[in-house]
Design a protein around this ligand. Structure first.
Ligand code: TYM
Length: 341
């Protein structure tokens, strides 16, 4: 049976290397998997409703949505084969979110570590939207009865909640039948958790304050070289094996990024660079990152010069997405007992 793949990114700031290695490049691979009727059906959303839960720039939102869609296409997502759409243009997401919110216990949301990270110390001032964010994420996935969700490791806990919401719904409203399949997290490759270039214990993030912590998909060659050169390392040389890498998160992060970009393993990278000064690894890494990312960056700016074309792709994607979303919402409302003329 073909897999239904769904994944999304928030259009907040610019996409960074972690988004690419942990998710986007796997999306492209999944698009090509399977043959004939077994071919994967892939859906990739730009989750703009999620992007407004922690304060947002009103002027920049629409363009950030376009830019995120452009990054998907530039990285190799083919809008002819995969659906690319903005979450806000498929109103069924928000509707299903409300229905799921009616039976999702707050205690489960309180355990979400991303909420704790993003809300900071003052949870009283965090928005309801930020708190309820994982419920909307479950709606994104289940609306299309997705079976596999390719994400980085940081989304694993949210995926567990989506599975929980699916099984509570199946039990409560579908008489124990599997109306919603339980979505599997698909955490692929060697860079499932890319860390900050300045602190190997923090994940690389597009919302981190300092731009030096991340490689953006829009950075040029000079900027990429500068950021890797300034990346934090330690006093030692490049570790030659796992044991030498223990307790050295910054070193292991650079090795992991190199392995992911060169499609090898961390062991192979350590065999190649082990014992050398970090500068040689950093220089090779900059060259590799520029070679891999610059075609994407230039394709992205080409695409962004024709906004009408991106808008057309997003419109067509939304129409196709709605044709799948509407029947699910209708079923769910019926199962939950709503009146309908
Ligand atoms: P977002 O926008 O933060 O990130 C998008 C994708 O990039 C991955 N990622 C990383 N992977 C490895 N290392 C990193 N440093 C790194 N940073 C980000 C994320 O794991 C993710 O796969 N809640 C989601 C968006 C979302 C979603 C969904 C995802 C909303 N609805 C439905 C899947 C299905 C988020 O904030 O991703």
């Amino acid at each position: 049976m073909s897999k239904r793949i769904l994944s999304c990114m928030q259009p907040t700031n610019r996409l960074q290397l972690g988004n690419y290695l942990g998710a986007l490049r796997n999306w492209v691979k999944l698009q090509d998997e399977g043959q004939g009727t077994d071919k994967n059906q892939c859906m990739y959303g730009v989750v703009d409703l999620h992007a407004i839960t922690n304060g947002h720039d009103v002027e920049a939102l629409a363009n950030a949505t376009r830019e995120t869609a452009a990054a998907y296409i530039a990285a190799g997502v083919d809008p002819k084969r995969s659906y690319i759409f903005a979450q806000s243009s498929v109103p069924e997401h928000a509707q299903l979110n409300w229905l799921f919110g009616s039976f999702t216990q707050m205690g489960k949301l309180e355990r979400m570590t991303q909420f704790k990270d993003k809300a900071g110390k003052n949870t009283e001032r965090a928005s309801l939207g930020l708190f309820a964010y994982p419920v909307l994420m479950a709606a994104d996935i289940l609306l299309y009865k997705a079976t596999h969700v390719p994400v980085g490791e940081d989304q694993k806990q949210h995926l567990e909640l989506s599975r929980d919401i699916a099984s509570v719904f199946n039990e409560k409203y579908a008489g124990g039948k599997e109306y919603f399949p339980l979505p599997e997290p698909y955490i692929m490759g060697t860079a499932t958790r890319v860390m900050s270039l300045r602190d190997g214990t923090q994940k690389m993030s597009k919302s981190a304050e300092s731009d030096m912590t991340r490689i953006n998909l829009t950075d040029d060659a000079d900027m990429i070289a500068k950021k890797f050169k300034k990346a934090k390392t330690d006093q030692g040389n490049v570790p030659a094996n796992e044991k030498e890498g223990e307790g050295r998160p910054e070193a292991m992060n650079l090795i992991g990024i190199y392995a992911a970009l060169s499609d090898t393993t961390t062991e192979q990278v350590m065999t190649e660079f082990g014992g050398q000064q970090f500068l040689s690894l950093k220089t090779a890494l900059s060259d590799l990152a520029v070679a891999k990312l610059s075609p994407i960056t230039s394709r992205m700016s080409e695409l962004m010069s024709d906004k009408a074309e991106i808008d057309n792709i997003l419109k067509a994607g939304a129409d196709k997405a709605r044709s799948l979303a509407a029947p699910t919402l209708e079923d769910v409302m019926k199962m939950m007992g709503f009146w309908k003329a």
